[in-house]
Ligand binder design. Sequence first.
Ligand SMILES: Cc1cc2nc3c(=O)[nH]c(=O)nc-3n(C[C@H](O)[C@H](O)[C@H](O)COP(=O)(O)OP(=O)(O)OC[C@H]3O[C@@H](n4cnc5c(N)ncnc54)[C@H](O)[C@@H]3O)c2cc1C
Length: 369
Amino acid sequence: MSNLPGNADIIVLGAGVAGLSAACFLSEAARVLVLERESQPAYHSSGRSAALYIRGYENPVVSALTGAGAEFLFTPPVDFAEAPLVHPRGSVTLAEPGSEPALARHLERWHAVCPGLTTIMPAEALDRVPILRRECIAAAAYDPDWYSVDVHALIMGYRKAVLRGGGAIVTHAAVRGIRHSDGLWHIDSSAGTARAPVVVNAAGAWAGAIGDLAGLGDVPLAPLRRTAVLVPAPVGYADWPVVHTMAEDLYFKPEGNGLMLCPEDEVPSEPCDAQPEEIDVARTVERFVELTTLAVPRLLGRWAGLRTFAPDRRPVTGFDPRAEGFFWLAGQGGFGVQTSPGLGRYVAGRILDAAPADPAIDVARFVHA
Ligand SMILES: Cc1cc2nc3c(=O)[nH]c(=O)nc-3n(C[C@H](O)[C@H](O)[C@H](O)COP(=O)(O)OP(=O)(O)OC[C@H]3O[C@@H](n4cnc5c(N)ncnc54)[C@H](O)[C@@H]3O)c2cc1C
């Protein structure tokens, strides 16, 4: 028996931050149905992120998409969320002995996008984060333009907008079959069958599998596992900036009642409910203890999530040139939260208003008609 609310104008597959943000903006002018396999939205990557907004991140394309969503995140519509979605956090980049040239290149690379990014004396780094070991700081930089995102509020805001626009989000709806006939996509799921002329593939690490179901599986997307560890924090930690190493092998930041540590690992994985490996957890703590004076007597938590990348580490979006009405929204890597308003609005523009494609993020760079 089907519990789906009939047909829709657009069916979005996946209720992570990508699918929900697209559905939010699409709902302004279309009847949207979101299908999610799990019992709740954001169960996978979107609920496991570091929740950061970093203006100068990954590459110029991602950076521009991040900037495109800034206005929405910093001044959301009045009825979107009850409290601010972003909070200032800042970041300290740590260059250990030997990494000074890499820090100089980092400053050069991001200077135009992050005008506040400047070098600071080791003493200032210590002043901002007193647990750092002095001997580990050969040089440092500070960037005020890093923010914490309230991901729960963001997800709830997107969800509310979909429902208010007359759309529906159906959980426990695992998509098992996808076929196109008579101008409609027929989506078979564990909650029943739904039909729409347009389908948006926002299935995160499973976007490739959804492509396979539709017979379009050769878009290169690689899920990479990333580990996170939560350790007890000392007094006064709550306002600390994010600290990240120039070697890109650790960052840590205040998170709830502790410090979240991340080894910035990227381990190829099948799409799955990712779990942390003990060895990665141990190495993360070891590296943290090397850089700081804080003892870690116990862990408060640990988790892992998948970050899914195209080879050029840019999103994969747009209508598949081989299949009418099949829209890709995948490859959000480590920036899916911060780019979600920019990408969500872009998707709505492409689908509802036939806005031109941005070749830098279009699926056409990988597949042809
Ligand atoms: C440790 C870590 C730190 C991160 N830090 C940041 C950060 O600071 N800032 C930032 O912007 N990003 C960060 N990210 C990246 C960010 O979390 C992702 O880019 C983003 O969550 C991807 O969203 P998504 O909606 O594409 O994927 P997901 O959240 O995984 O959503 C995809 C959904 O599709 C559903 N689905 C899959 N297959 C099917 C099917 N067959 N039928 C129905 N539903 C299906 C899944 O159940 C899932 O809910 C981080 C990620 C990790 C793991």
